[in-house]
Design a protein around this ligand. Structure first.
Ligand code: PHE
Length: 364
């Protein structure tokens, strides 16, 4: 509204001119969106003085009507534009303010998260794997849920063998898993949590042509819990099948392994033993790590610590996998990873490996 219009308005309707003045300063003074909205409603809303004045034009003296009608609208449009401009101004200010408040200093040092590391059992498996990878072995894996066929039968384990007993093996009751009752599915029998990694021997020979040189690390399960047993534990199985393999190869391989794993100068000894799937079978001891063979409490004064089971693959096993038992020979061995870690690091109780106490785990 220019000065001429203002003069005209003041002369015709001083109240409207004063109202305009008041509204101009109120809009300029409004801080924040809410306050501005209140000002808008007060001066431009349906119940505002301005609206009342514009509505009352027909009742004004005739000479005022055209002036107030024309200039009243100018005031309304002028105020609306002003409110809009002020709203934009306020929005810009609040954006600038929040940006300033949230300014990020990318040069500040970041928050440090505690870094974990591999569990001792994983480290030990890796260590064993590395030793055999260095000898040209490949890593093979198999399922933790097995059938009795792979865990026992194809490993030449007779029906009456005690390892098959309910008390020594976790069988899977399919009915409790699938919700079906009775019938063949409900009977205890075919599925189990593997008690050893040896079924991977069978699976490997089924799927590969000889020669075979594999190690098979993985989880295994047996219903035992005491200072040297946990119901879930780990084994690393080894299998070598080729022509002209003898027990001397088994002994040399395990001696090399023992020295790499436990330290140079370690002697091992082989004692006769029995496993269904090897013939002959042996248990392998390493010279006591604490007393070096002199005899102490840790080795029950024998000077030796048992580390694994092994033997020459029983020709019956080749029959199950379709290998030529006349042409091939091989050896297999299997070690408990918890046991190896406990011996190497002097851990007295296997259960501490799975209690997740960081004070324990951080030592390794
Ligand atoms: N699977 C046997 C066990 O768990 C160990 C073993 C593996 C023995 C391979 C001989 C050959 O006791």
């Amino acid at each position: 509204m220019d000065d001429t219009q203002l003069g005209e308005l003041t002369a015709a309707n001083p109240e409207l001119a004063a109202l305009r003045d008041e509204a101009l300063s109120a809009v300029a003074a409004a801080v924040g969106g809410d306050a501005l909205e209140q000002v808008r409603v007060h001066f431009l809303g349906r119940k505002s003085r301005l609206t009342a004045i514009l509505r009352s034009i027909p009742t004004l003296p005739p000479e005022q009507r055209p002036v107030v009608g024309r200039l009243g609208n100018v005031v309304r449009v002028e105020l609306e534009a002003l409110v809009e401009a002020r709203a934009a101004e306020l929005a810009g200010a609040s954006l600038r303010q929040s940006l300033a408040g949230e300014r990020l200093d990318v040069t500040l040092p970041g928050q440090l998260f505690p870094l974990g590391h591999e569990h001792l059992i994983s480290q030990t498996i890796r260590e064993v794997e590395d030793i055999f990878l260095g000898l040209g072995y490949k890593v093979a894996e198999g399922p933790e849920i097995e059938t009795t066929y792979y865990n026992f039968t194809a490993l030449n384990t007779p029906e009456e063998h005690p390892a098959r007993a309910l008390s020594d093996t976790f069988y899977i009751d399919l009915a409790s898993v699938t919700g079906t009752s009775g019938g063949a599915q409900g009977t205890v029998g075919d599925l189990l949590l593997r008690t050893q990694t040896s079924p991977v021997q069978v699976r490997t020979m089924e799927s590969r042509e000889p020669p075979v040189y594999v190690i098979c690390p993985g989880k295994t399960y047996r219903p035992d819990l005491d200072a040297t047993h946990t119901p879930m534990f780990h084994q690393v199985e080894g299998l070598a099948v080729d022509e002209n393999i003898t027990m001397a190869d088994l002994k040399g391989t395990l001696h090399y392994f023992a020295r790499e794993f436990f330290g140079a100068d370690r002697l091992i000894r082989l004692r006769p033993h029995y496993f269904p799937f090897t013939e002959p079978s042996v248990e392998v001891d390493v010279q006591c790590l604490l007393c070096g063979g002199a005899g102490c409490r840790s080795c029950k004064n024998s000077g030796w610590l048992e580390i694994l089971g092994a033997g020459m693959v029983d020709p019956n096993v080749y029959g199950f996998v379709g290998y030529d038992a006349e042409r091939l020979q091989g050896f297999a061995f299997g070690m408990g990873v918890e046991r190896m870690a406990m011996l190497k690091h002097g851990i007295p109780d296997a259960r501490s490996l799975y209690e997740n106490d960081l004070r324990f785990l951080e030592q390794f």
